[in-house]
Structures are given as C-alpha cells and as structure tokens.
Design a protein around this ligand. Sequence first.
Ligand code: COA
Ligand code: AMP
Length: 634
Amino acid sequence: MFETSTYQEQYQQFLDNPEVFWREQAARITWYKQPETILSVDENEYFRWYCDGELNTSYLCLDYHVEQGRGDQPALIYDSPVTNSKASFTYLELRDQVAHFAGGLKNLGVQKGDRVVIYMPMVPEAVVAMLACARLGAIHSVVFGGFAAHELAVRIDDAHPKVIVTASCGIEIGRVIPYKPMVDEAIATAEYKPSHVVLIQRPQCQADMQDGRDVDWQDLMASAEPAQPVAVKGTDPLYILYTSGTTGKPKGVVRDNGGHAVAMCYSMDVVYNIKAGDVYWAASDVGWVVGHSYIVYAPLLTGCTTILYEGKPVKTPDAGAFWRVCAEHGVKTMFTAPTAFRAVRKEDPEAEGLKQYDLSKLERIYLAGERLDPPTYEWLKEKTGLPIIDHWWQTETAWAIAGNPIGLEPMPTKAGSATVPMPGYQVQILDEAGEPVPAGQKGNITIKLPLPPGTLTTIWGNHPRFEAGYLNTYPGYYLTGDEGYLDEDNYLFVMGRCDDVINVAGHRLSTGQMEEIVGSHPAVAECAVIGVSDALKGQLPLGLVVLKDGAEVSAEELGQRLKQMVRSQIGAVGCYDQSLIVQRLPKTRSGKILRRTMRQIADAQPYTVPSTIDDPAVLDEIAQAMKTAGRLTT
Ligand code: COA
Ligand code: AMP
C-alpha cells in the first residue's frame, strides 16, 4: 500500500484528497478501534484527526513488537560516557519495565487524563516514565533538565501534575547537577502542589526524601503490578511539551495520540527511510521535541533500536564521541543539531576522530533545530562522504514540515534549502497583507490549514493563545514564526525567525522572557534582548540596557548580576552573558523597539532605516556602543 509513489505523486495524492491520504496512512498502526472519521472539527472549531479511533501509544511502541516476534531485539541502547556505563533493553524488557512503572504510577493514583511532569536527565528511566504515562492514558510533560527551578515551577502551575518523576542528579561535563533541590524549590514556589515525587537515586548523588510525598523509584517498582495499556481516543492528549514563545510564559504544546502515532510512522518511512530493525540515533535530549519524536516515539513505534546518549559531542571524552557511538551500535541514521557538529569541527577540524571508527553502516546524517550553516554542511559532507540532510520543523509540528523525502525518492539538494514541503503540509509564503508572494520572494512562512496529523492541537489550558499566536494573523493559515521563500522548484529556504524567539545551541529560548528578567533589575529603566550570531552556538542573547536616571551601578557589576539572574531563573542553557549599557533604544514613533534592526547591526548585515523610526541617530549610537564593546560582527 505504501510503495506506490514518487514524491510528486504522493504530494499530489495528498493535495487531491487529504482525508483519503491520511486514511491510508492510518493503516500504518494497529488500532484497537479503526477510525472511521478521519478529519473533524472539535469544540474549539479546530481540525482534529482520527477522533473516533482508539489506540494506546505504549502498546504500539512495545507490546505490539513483542507480539510481532521482536521481543528479543534491542529496543533501547543506553550509552553514557558521563557515567562510563552502557545498557541495552530488549522490547520485552522495556515493555516489562514500562508496565511495572505504569502500575506504580497507578498505585499513586495516576489515571487517564492526569498529568505527570518528568524532570530527568538522559537515563532509561526517563523513557520508561514517558511510556508508562502513555500506557495509562496519562499526559506527560517532560521538562528539560537544563531548566532552573523557576521554569519548572511555571510548568507545574500550568500543567497541574499529580506526580513529578525525577532523578537525584544530572551530569554535565565534569560536574554533577543535583536535581532534587530544584524540584523541592519549584514545588515550594509553585501554587499547585503535586501529590508525589518519584525519584531515582543515582550513585553520583543521593537526594534527601520528604516523608509521605517522595517515593523511591525502586520501592515503587517493587510493590507494583504490571499495568495493561488503556485504550484512548485518537484525539486524547499524549503529552504537553512547553516551548518558548514571545512572552515570558512558555506555551504548552499539546499532542494527541492518534495523529501522532500515524505521523511518527509516516515520517520514519518517508523522511528517514527507516524500517523495523534499523538502528536509529537522535543525539538530542528527551526534554526537547527531537527527543520526544525521534529518541522515543518514532523509533519505537517503527520497531527500531533507538539510542539514548547521555553525553556531549565533545569532551565526553573527545570529539570522536559521535563517531564512536555510530560505529559501536551500528547506527544507520543519525540526527542532531548543527551546533553539535560545529563543536566537533572546532575541536577536531580534520576529523581525525572519525578515522578510527568503522562507519560503514551509517548511511545518512540529518540535521535540524536551527539553520544549517554552509561551512558546517560542507565540512560534514566532505569528512564523512555521506548525504547530509537538512530538514525544517518545530516543537509545534513534531515532524518535518520540509525535508528531503528520502523514503520516496532522494531529491537533489540546494545549498541553504531544507528541500521541499512534506506531503501533509501546504506551505505558503505570505506578505504582511496575507497575499501569496511570487516564487523567490521572501515572506512569512505559513501552512494552509488543516495541519497534518501529529501537529499541535491546542495550547494547554489556553486555546485563545493558540488562536492568537498561530491562527488569527492569516485566517486559514498556521503562522510558523519563520520567514523565508519558496523558489521556482518549490524548494523552501528558511531564513530565520521573525519574532522574538532565538535558538542558542539548538535550544529554543525567548528573548521576551529574558527581557522580563533583565527589566526587573532595580537599576534598569528599559531593555531589549536580541539574538546575535555566534560561530559555535548559532545565536547568543545580548542585552541592551538603559539605566534609570541616577542609577549607581558599574557596567561590570550590572552585567554579572543580570547574568546571574537569567541563569537562576531560566537556567544555564539561557547562555545570557553580555549586557551593553546604552543611552536609549531605537524605537518607532509609536514606541515599538526596533529589535530586528539592532540584530542586523550586530550581525553586520545590511539594513534599511525603518521609515517609522523616531530618531535615526539612535541607530548610530547603538552601532557605536556595540563596536566599543567588541560586539559588532565585522
Ligand atoms: N542539565 C543541566 N545543565 C545543562 C544541561 C542539562 N541537561 N544542558 C546544558 N546545560 C548547561 C551546560 O552545562 C552549560 O553550563 P555552563 O554555562 O555552566 O557551562 C550551559 O547549560 C549551556 O549549555 P550549552 O549551550 O549546551 O553549552 P555547552 O558548552 O555545554 O555545549 C554544545 C555546547 C554545542 C556541545 C551543546 O550545546 C550541544 O551538544 N548541543 C546540541 C544541542 C541539541 O542537541 N539540541 C537539541 C535539538 S536537536
Ligand atoms: P524548536 O521548536 O526548538 O524545534 O525550534 C523551531 C525553530 O528552529 C524553527 O521555527 C526555526 O526557526 C528553527 N529551525 C529548526 N529547524 C531548522 C532548519 N532546518 N533550518 C532553519 N531553521 C530551523
């Protein structure tokens, strides 16, 4: 059924009749109850897929493969250079762990529809916890371990989890990061109080336990009976994943079960050309969407062996780490963010680390999460001799909006392009007035509704925010927040965000959120945080700060304090390092700060002075201040 077509044929089938197309794709998974209604509209008048189908995602990831005779195949390989340990779990073993942990959660009162926050490092228990929630029909919300207590508290107050699952610590290069004090602080500051914390004690750090509330992972497992998968509707939520928006409050992207399972399987086939039995590795973190989709769900739904890597591309122990993992586990396809390879290239420009490993099984390297810069692309292509595939997507979509449909037919690549829209996505470039622009002309990248299965269905607890942020700007279209163009061959070129979201080392962050923190310093009258180019991390935040009259604080003292404030409220991943004191900020006559123009100045890009600017002289002052501080890229 799925062997039919070339890319053009399949894209045309989708365009001709999306419902027929997605009805066919629904057969990629085994439903408890086959969906009859493929596309419908929910109580929010938003499109939904497979509303009357019934399934269980954990069953499909585990039990199904055991039933199909894959019980002895490794499902998950844990490779942890930071703890010097490795482990492998077959489908049968992982199924049993998940069923037991689900039983444990059930004993704590977790039921279908309840939320569970998972704040974990890259250990197998993180995957077990996610799948155990899915087994019960509970909704997990994984919070990236690099986020500080405040960020965790914000998510607790939004998601109202019954239980938090955590570990005693995470391990960064040469440093143990205790998690439990952050969990305790987050619960203390959050208004909503979860009933229980389940904690895995790691040998590197013992956490204190609070009587009555905290439960040891091992104890919970020991007293639990395995739980069976619970049937959920196609439209029931599987998870909430918070992502940065333009304001300080993160958005809880909601993903459902049915569309997600179908889309994950579809993308593994069409985007990655991966089949059951293949070894697939996404070098990311379970706290990000890449981790959700391509460490956990897509590979397991497909019956692959997935790799869970607790380490870095460099220094754990060296820049050959990625090549070692690929060689040792026979990885067929690996996927990471360009920044990871920029780090490798910086440490090992001649790729000496690669030469000592047998990479004969590695067929392709996929990159996403940020713009793939040409030098990194060229270096990787030359050093590995492999196809390097760029693809573009976002937390909201869970799978590629544009990519190279390798599973249908590899298309020629074009430098700087993520290739073509995937079947399911009708990408349209619109101008400010909402009119389609001609090929080659830059504009807002939008997707004509309905979005395909697997994409977000709402923002948790705040559908108006979903509508305001994504749907209302251009009625009938989803606003991606990126700008770019389609060329005459329908190849998509993504130029970057047109909002206040920045991408630091593949981590999506909000400058608006940083501005709220910087602006809360008593000496700061107003501020703007912009993302400026960085050779390693892609972008780094830079704060431009106007002091209150009479404020007595040295630039150095203020810079240190602001750095510390952002670090303690967002986390180290914020990478907020530089503040620049300026006399005033460039604004339009209506008072809007011209962040984009300042970004262009910092990156030494050509810019036009906006006609709405209040006083053009401010731009020269800003350029001069950046130059003096050595912040200007020239
Ligand atoms: N838990 C706690 N702290 C974390 C963390 C985690 N999970 N992840 C990162 N941090 C900390 C780092 O230790 C660092 O702290 P420091 O400022 O005290 O040194 C800080 O956050 C910034 O981290 P990062 O920006 O990642 O810088 P780095 O120098 O540690 O590593 C790279 C740089 C490029 C090697 C690393 O960012 C990387 O591997 N990036 C790939 C990104 C990725 O996989 N993204 C997912 C989307 S595909
Ligand atoms: P995230 O939600 O963290 O996956 O970040 C999504 C954002 O990262 C997108 O909106 C883009 O701005 C950027 N991004 C992701 N992949 C690419 C890519 N291949 N090329 C350019 N930008 C990308």
